[in-house]
Design a binder for this molecule. Structure first.
Ligand SMILES: [Zn+2]
Length: 172
């Protein structure tokens, strides 16, 4: 297992549409193990493979609290098959847009279908933080970021700030 580098806004790879996983092989199992190590190290509650520069439809998640036992979950080729009419507002953040937190409105509940590491198809209705997190991560697989759901003015301000920081890093 290894901690991989998390790519940061405005890295263009964050806008890629990730490819479906066709076989759960050693490369996928290693990717998942590395994603968990990277996510726990960050620390974060969810990570999409593209955030470690791998354009595959893989998501890791752990919504357990600090005082609880770890609850690692893996979603391969996840898709939303139903969304509730009711919406919810949650303050979101993203490991690829560090230190930015904004309220995002999304459907309150979603039904998610995915493949687990054993190749089994699973389905579950998500609500609360789980619903928010899985929608945020599936967005990543489609090249969408949470700042795409906020006002254009705020998005522009955040993108500009990160573009300047990247230019400064490149000049060092
Ligand atoms: Zn994110």
């Amino acid at each position: 297992m290894a901690i991989r580098d998390i790519i940061i806004l405005p890295d263009k790879r964050l806008r890629l549409v990730s490819e479906p996983v066709t076989a759960i092989d050693d490369a996928i199992r290693t990717l998942v193990a590395d994603m968990f190590e990277t996510m726990y190290d960050a620390p974060g509650i969810g990570l999409a493979a593209i955030q470690v520069a791998v354009p595959k439809r893989v998501v890791t998640m752990d919504l357990s609290r600090k005082d609880e036992e770890k609850q690692p979950r893996v979603f391969i080729n996840p898709e939303i098959v139903w969304t509730s009419e009711e919406a919810n507002l949650y303050e979101e953040g993203c490991l690829s847009i560090p230190e930015v937190h904004e309220d995002v409105e999304r459907p309150e509940r979603v039904r998610v279908r995915w493949t687990d590491l054993d190749g089994q198809t699973r389905e579950e209705t998500a609500d609360g933080l789980f619903a928010t997190c899985i929608q945020h991560e599936i967005d990543h697989l489609n090249g969408v970021l949470f700042i795409d759901h906020i006002s254009r003015l705020k998005r522009h301000f955040i993108t500009k700030k990160f573009t300047k920081m990247a230019a400064r890093r490149a000049a060092e």
